[in-house]
Design a protein around this ligand. Structure first.
Ligand code: GLU
Length: 418
């Protein structure tokens, strides 16, 4: 799918400015929050399998640390930019504040094409990047996690590299690790589970039954797959799914496990079942109850917002909707559960994982899922109350809630040195 990207940083700043206006925040506070606390750009030289040396560029952005250590994923993607990483770190600040976990926002990325790299090359890339950002990360300082095209194995390499340099095992340095080395039960499914919970709560508000609700999912990676799986367990009908290569559509509903198995063999959902093929563009416009964009930024824009045919959008991806599209969706009465709430399940269980690591005491999956459920249902309620009180969109409401918490922490701590 061709993407002509607006600078995601501009998008993040616009969202901040809009919420700041409602709250009548001081210009100085807005200026403070518009820019990250710290950004590190690093050179990552890697010995490739053919013996050559290839030099990659990596980033780590730490947006705002007033509520706690920086927290956020690391993405590997050929189109990663510094502006994108900064925007994503800003969204992490709001995300952690909306669900009220004690973190600030961080994000990292490496410009690379992981699909064209071997396992060994990816390991060397990850370990070298970890040593390059080592001075700014730490279990009390900045805690990375998986994001687009990184996974538990990537986190295991980061944990091992960091621990080896420091000389002892430090599981709390990253979250999203394999369970065998200090990861949490339920972490892998948690972002998709949260996106499903957010959609379910929105459906309740609109009087839509989850049973037999028609669901369309763009992106069938970790988030899209688990959201599909959980919603189908609750009786919803997953009528279309897609990945970067294209999508499939069946009004009778797809078998999520069969599609996942097909993708694991062939690399795509395409051809998984005998049904219609559909492009990513057309998939977004299908008539459905719940649309879940679970891939990359800026897929719902002013160009297609008036053709979106869903009652609810639960944003599994970060930044899938532009501010212009937001306005159109709001006018059309489409209920958008914004990314900073709809995909917060991942970082919430990351927080549980970190707490378990620091305590050396591990929870069962049932406890993780029920605590996650509590946090998300409470946060949804809080956002909804603000939406009604201020008569604003859910995105503005979530931003207002987050901003209030961040600004309060900023005021309580004050400036130092002055
Ligand atoms: N990368 C995920 C996100 O965007 C998870 C971050 C985390 O768990 O720290 O929310």
């Amino acid at each position: 799918m061709e993407r002509i990207k607006r600078n995601p940083y501009e998008m993040a700043v616009k969202q901040l400015e809009d919420a700041a206006e409602v709250l009548k925040l001081d210009r100085g506070v807005v200026d403070y929050l518009k820019v990250p606390d710290r950004v590190l750009q690093v050179k990552v030289p890697v010995k490739m399998d053919d013996g050559s040396i290839k030099v990659f560029t990596g980033f780590r952005s730490q947006h705002c640390g007033v509520r706690g250590p920086y927290k956020g994923g690391i993405r590997y993607h050929p189109e990663v930019t510094l502006e994108e990483v900064i925007a994503l770190s800003m969204w992490m600040t709001w995300k952690c504040a909306v669900v009220n976990i004690p973190y600030g926002g961080g994000k990292g990325g490496i410009i690379c094409d992981p699909k064209k790299m071997s396992e060994g090359e990816l390991e060397r890339l990850t370990r070298r990047y970890t040593t390059a950002i080592l001075p700014v990360i730490g279990p009390d300082r900045d805690i990375p996690a998986p994001d687009v095209y990184t996974n538990p194995q990537t986190m295991a390499w980061i944990m091992d590299t960091y621990s080896n340099v420091l000389g002892y095992t430090i599981p709390g340095i990253v979250t999203g690790k394999p369970v065998e080395i200090g990861g949490s039960e339920g972490r892998t499914a948690s972002t998709g589970r949260g996106t499903a919970i957010a959609a379910r709560e929105a459906a309740k508000k609109l009087g839509i039954e989850i049973k037999n609700a028609k669901v369309v999912i763009q992106g069938f990676g970790n988030v899209g797959y688990h959201a599909a799986k959980i919603l189908s367990e609750w009786g919803a009908k997953i009528i279309a799914v897609s990945d970067s290569k294209g999508g499939i559509y069946s009004d009778d509903g797809l078998d999520v496990d069969r599609v996942a198995e097909h993708k694991s063999y062939t690399g795509s959902v395409k051809g998984a079942e005998k049904c219609e093929e559909i492009s990513n563009e057309k998939l977004l416009e299908l008539e459905c109850d719940i649309l879940i964009p679970a891939a990359l930024e800026e897929v719902i824009t002013e160009k297609n917002a008036d053709r979106i045919n869903a009652k609810i959008i639960s944003e599994g991806a970060n930044g899938p909707t532009t501010p212009e599209a937001d306005r159109i969706l709001e006018e059309r009465g489409i209920f958008v559960v914004p990314d900073i709430l709809a995909n917060a399940g991942g970082v919430v269980v990351s927080y549980f994982e970190w707490v378990q690591d620091l305590n050396r005491y591990f929870w069962g999956e049932e406890r993780v899922n029920s605590e996650l459920e509590k946090v998300l249902v409470r946060s949804f309620k809080e956002v909804y109350t603000i939406k009604e009180d201020y008569d604003v969109s859910s995105r503005d409401a979530a931003m207002i809630l987050a901003l209030k918490r961040v600004v309060r922490a900023f005021e309580l701590r004050g400036l130092w040195p002055q």
